[in-house]
Design a protein around this ligand. Structure first.
Ligand code: DGT
Ligand code: CA
Ligand code: CA
Length: 367
């Protein structure tokens, strides 16, 4: 019996969600009229009119061969008719918050890996991979309904497999890889599909005649260690077998909790805006309470009728957690915002950041 119990403890169900063509999809949400056209998000370096690089592009633009990292000048040659937009990080962070809040509701532990992706540990939340698949489908649906964006999700027995699985069918994909399917799933994939196998390692493996993960799995541990050193060699060996024990870890201090909502109509009416701000403040406060966190910074987020997202923030000297502080600061920031910006508002948001506290204690809200 103890052996079986042990085995059960070791089996995990991990989900990885990655938003599709994230920055470009955010812009499509804000400006529905560009949907269907090729959209290219650019980081302008400012040196000359079109100097800089492509940050990402939607799938229509990718058909023209436009890729992240490409010079903007080159992208304009490939698709002169595309919509070229500058990055608007404030917008993407706001939308990212909305997505992470939904993921958090479903997940035991959440590890946000970047602005558009996160791991969720579902072990204990679901009993098997079938149930995990249904949960993943609900997450996708809720993100589509509430945030208006599609994502791709992978589910597997560990982070390594879940991450490859989320990338397997994009956009709007859902791929579940059960423990006994891992080897078969990985075998035909490129070695560079493994997060952790970079360009250099990939090239060296290619020179050794190894292109797929299955081919790498056939190399001996000694060969891998000889080529790549002990640490990397052992890691490659494990990775090629789809083995990965790294835990899903919630990173502290990096977080923020935000809520954004669309106003019933575009307005500059302070009473209407404060109404929204107060109700958003309550939502934010409830989430803080559930996660037993305090904050040092409060932000008001305004999205005007020109679709631009702007933020005003205030930082306190010490972390606190009370609703009145959020309401008061967010309300004052909203007033200041209206003084500085003269367009009607379309959406408003309240966000707290610089989070602190927690560790060890779990609260009822988490279960
Ligand atoms: P996907 O996941 O293939 O559907 O497309 P993305 O655009 O979501 O790609 P991903 O997940 O690698 O990156 C998420 C966001 O990060 C992306 O929307 C823009 C930004 N990003 C990605 N690669 C680059 C890059 O090379 N340069 C810059 N500036 N930003 C990047
Ligand atoms: Ca993505
Ligand atoms: Ca990503």
């Amino acid at each position: 019996m103890p052996l079986i119990a042990n085995k059960k403890d070791l089996s995990r169900i991990i989900l990885h969600a990655d938003m599709d063509y994230f920055f470009a999809q955010c812009e499509e949400r804000e400006q529905p009229e560009i949907k269907g056209k090729p959209v290219v998000i650019c980081v302008y370096s400012g040196r000359s009119k079109d100097s800089g690089a492509v940050s990402t592009s939607n799938y229509e633009a990718r058909k023209f061969g436009i890729k992240a990292g490409m010079p903007i000048v080159r992208a304009k040659k490939l698709a002169p008719e595309a919509v070229f937009l500058p990055v608007n990080m404030e917008l993407y962070h706001g939308i990212s918050d909305e997505v992470m809040e939904i993921l958090r509701e479903y997940s035991g532990t959440l590890e946000q890996e970047s602005v558009d992706e996160a791991f969720c540990d579902l072990t204990g939340k679901v009993t098997d991979f079938e149930e995990a698949k249904m949960l993943a489908a609900s997450i996708k649906e809720e993100i589509k309904q509430k945030v208006g964006l599609t994502c791709s999700i992978g589910v597997g027995p560990n982070k390594l497999v879940a991450k490859i699985a989320s990338d397997y069918r994009k956009p709007d994909g859902l791929t579940v890889v059960k423990p006994d399917e891992v080897k078969q799933f990985l075998a035909p994939l490129k070695i560079t599909d493994l997060a952790g196998v970079g360009k250099k390692t990939g090239e060296r493996l290619n020179e050794l005649g190894v292109k797929t993960i299955g081919e790498m799995a056939k190399l001996s541990t000694d060969d891998l260690i000889r080529e790549f050193g002990k640490a990397k060699g052992l890691w490659l060996e494990q990775a090629s077998q789809g083995i990965d024990d790294s835990p899903v870890i919630e990173r502290e201090g990096t977080g923020q909790i935000g809520r954004i909502s669309t106003l019933r109509e575009d307005t500059r009416d302070l009473t209407v805006i404060l109404d929204a701000v107060y109700s958003l403040s309550e939502d934010v406060y409830k989430k803080l309470e559930a996660r037993n966190l305090s904050f040092k910074s409060v932000s008001f987020v305004g999205i005007s009728t020109d679709f631009k997202t702007r933020t005003k923030s205030h930082t306190l000297d010490a972390p606190v957690r009370d609703l009145d502080t959020i309401r008061t600061i967010a309300g004052n920031l909203a007033k200041a915002f209206l003084d500085e910006n003269h367009l009607p508002l379309r959406r408003v948001g309240v966000r707290v950041s610089n989070l602190a506290g927690r560790k060890g204690q779990r609260t009822l809200g988490e279960f």
